[in-house]
Design a protein. Structure first.
Length: 210
C-alpha cells in the first residue's frame, strides 16, 4: 500500500481496533487459479507479535485451494470513505491550484493461511463470530438456538482458516496533508454538505482541529 508519512498509522492497537470495528475483510490470493478475492468476516485475536485472524468459508469456494497452498494471502479492511471537493478548500479562492481527492481509512494484513478442519475449532469460531455481532442486542441470537442437527449439517459444508499476521499496515488518509484552513473547510463541508459526521470527525481529530 502506498503510504506517505502524513497518512501512516503504525499503532498496532489502533489497527486492531479498526479491524474489530470493520470485520468484513476482502481476502485476496494469487496462485494457479489466478487472482481471487472474497468478502469474509474475520475475528482478530491478539496472539503473536501482530495478531491472528480467524474466519470460515464454504468448502465449495475455489479460493480454498489457494489458501491451502501455503502461499501468502492479503486481507484488506475498509472503513469510512468520502469524496473531497476542492470547493471546500479556502486555498481554492487564493490560487485555484487544487484538485479533488478521496479520503478513506484502510488496514492491510498479510499472512500465511492455515486450514482448520476440526469441528471444535469451527464451532468455537461460529460461536465467537456470532457473539461479536449479537452481544449488543437486547435478546442476542446464539448458535445453540438452532437445532443441533441443522448446525452440524451447516458445519460440514464450511472450513476454518487461521492467518497469523506477518505484516500489517494502516492508512488514515483524512486531509492531513492540507493546511489547517483547508482541513477545517473539509471537516465543515463533510458535516454540513454531506451529512458525514464520521469522516468530518476523523478530519478534525487527525488534523488537530479539536
Amino acid at each position: 500500500m502506498y503510504l506517505p508519512s502524513a497518512f501512516r498509522e503504525d499503532s498496532l492497537e489502533v489497527q486492531h481496533d479498526f479491524i474489530r470495528a470493520h470485520p468484513l475483510g476482502v481476502l485476496m490470493t494469487s496462485g494457479e487459479g489466478g487472482l481471487m478475492a472474497n468478502h469474509i468476516p474475520c475475528l482478530l485475536y491478539p496472539d503473536g507479535p501482530h495478531g491472528v485472524l480467524r474466519l470460515h468459508m464454504a468448502r465449495a469456494n475455489p479460493q480454498l485451494a489457494e489458501l491451502a497452498s501455503g502461499r501468502e494471502c492479503l486481507s484488506v479492511f475498509h472503513g469510512p470513505q468520502a469524496y473531497v471537493t476542492p470547493s471546500w478548500y479556502p486555498s481554492k479562492a487564493e490560487t485555484h491550484k487544487v484538485v479533488p481527492t478521496w479520503n478513506f481509512v484502510a488496514v492491510h494484513v498479510w499472512g500465511t493461511p492455515v486450514i482448520q478442519d476440526d469441528p471444535a475449532w469451527l464451532r468455537a469460531q461460529l460461536d465467537a463470530l456470532t457473539h461479536s455481532q449479537e452481544k449488543a442486542r437486547a435478546l442476542p441470537w446464539r448458535v445453540e438456538d438452532a437445532p443441533e442437527d441443522f448446525i452440524a449439517a451447516q458445519m460440514r459444508v464450511i472450513v476454518g482458516v487461521e492467518i497469523a499476521i506477518s505484516r500489517i499496515e494502516g492508512k488514515w488518509k483524512v486531509s492531513q496533508n492540507r493546511t489547517v484552513a483547508d482541513r477545517r473547510g473539509v471537516a465543515e463541508g463533510l458535516a454540513t454538505e454531506n451529512g458525514d459526521a464520521v469522516m468530518a470527525g476523523l478530519v478534525a481529530r487527525r488534523g488537530g482541529l479539536e
